[in-house]
Design a protein around this ligand. Structure first.
Ligand SMILES: NC(=O)c1ccc[n+]([C@@H]2O[C@H](COP(=O)([O-])OP(=O)(O)OC[C@H]3O[C@@H](n4cnc5c(N)ncnc54)[C@H](O)[C@@H]3O)[C@@H](O)[C@H]2O)c1
Length: 331
């Protein structure tokens, strides 16, 4: 998929579409990694401006026409992902999409069709799976199974302080609800650990302005691991807690042990009876940058091998939206 014309000094050339908060993490991680080149940027808020060191496109159409680029990283607000992705795929560009890629499965299936028609790749960017404590857990899993037995159940709790004093913070409006914002983080993490996940039920709590959104949500899930063991789990996403805290606990019933991945502190703790042990603690200073460092490595490998990850995306979004009715604006 990547040909030499789209490489500068043998680097893969990409464009960033949307140059806000998270695009800066992409930029830093790509620069640090060194195997890709940010050839240009399109952001509708800065289309008429100049940026030092960057080619700035005046419109998405002009980016689509530029043959120097064959891959675009979509970092626009969530509500815009589908429209921008369709236009880019129609022009034959590969797309790397910020999470959540889509708002329902109709959109996802449309994107897959459009990509196939135009022989373009889709890569769903699940940054969360590269969090150091999750990466450690994944790579330690066979030893943990040996030591503690199978996983019987899990509990994921993801809270962000977006609803304070009876008001939703303005920067959370574009996130479209707690499940749309965090569901793909939780499910991409779980799919990096388990081979299959089913949703039993998904319940949304509260809404604001009568549209989109849950201020919290609870999901009840079942899973199968690589040894065909099955178990169950629950997730909570919560914007009303006044705190930023994220963790996932796994229970190992054979040994009555519990392992907690603390996603906020990037640490892993084991509890056996009344004793606690720290199994892993990361020294990285910037949590999000650590996520994007791992992500950029995977994006490079995926683009270089001409694969993308549409199947991984289908698993995550099918589970995320499988029990949600389409039609209205509700997530
Ligand atoms: N902020 C985070 O911590 C974070 C983490 C992971 C993923 N994400 C995801 O990244 C996406 C962007 O989030 P953000 O926090 O960077 O938002 P942001 O508002 O900081 O940046 C979005 C940028 O896109 C531009 N934009 C808006 N519509 C556009 C369009 N149609 N075409 C081109 N540019 C357009 C805006 O001008 C803005 O600069 C969201 O989908 C979000 O879920 C955000």
């Amino acid at each position: 998929m990547i040909n030499m014309a789209n490489r500068i000094h043998n680097k893969i050339s990409v464009a960033l579409v949307g140059y806000g908060y998270i695009a800066k993490y992409w930029e830093k991680a790509i620069l640090d990694d060194g195997r890709m080149n940010i050839y240009g940027i399109y952001d509708k808020g800065i289309a008429e401006s100049n940026l030092p060191d960057h080619k700035v496109y005046k419109s998405l159409a002009s980016l689509c026409e530029d043959n120097q680029i064959n891959t675009c990283i979509i970092c626009t607000p969530t509500e815009d992902h589908y429209t921008t992705a369709m236009e880019l795929l129609s022009s034959g560009k590969n797309i790397v999409m910020e999470k959540p890629s889509v708002l329902n499965m109709t959109e996802y299936n449309d994107l897959i069709r459009k990509a196939e028609e135009n022989q373009a790749l889709i890569y769903n960017a699940f940054h969360f799976v590269y969090s150091p404590e999750i990466a450690w857990f994944r790579s330690s899993l066979s030893g943990l199974y040996e030591r503690f037995g199978k996983i019987g159940s899990f509990y994921s709790y993801f809270s962000d302080p977006y609803y304070i004093g009876g008001k939703l913070k303005s920067n959370a409006l574009s996130l479209l609800g707690s499940w749309v914002d965090s569901g793909s983080n939780i499910l991409s993490m779980l799919y990096s650990i388990f081979s299959h996940i089913w949703m039993d039920s998904l319940t949304f709590g509260d809404s604001y302005a009568g549209q989109f959104s849950d201020l919290f949500s609870t999901a009840s899930l079942k899973f199968e691991d690589s040894h065909n063991n099955t178990g169950f789990g629950n997730t909570v996403t919560n914007w009303v807690s006044n705190s930023s805290m994220k963790y996932t606990e796994f229970l190992f019933p054979d040994t009555n042990s519990q392992i907690r991945l603390n996603h906020s502190q990037l640490a892993v703790t084991l509890t056996e009876g009344s004793s606690n042990e720290i199994l892993f603690s990361s020294t990285v200073e910037n949590r999000l940058l650590a996520h994007y460092t791992g992500l950029v490595d995977d994006v490079y490998k995926s683009l270089s091998s001409g694969t993308g990850n549409k199947e991984y995306g289908k698993l995550v979004y099918d589970t995320m939206y499988g029990t949600v009715k389409e039609g209205g604006k509700n997530a």
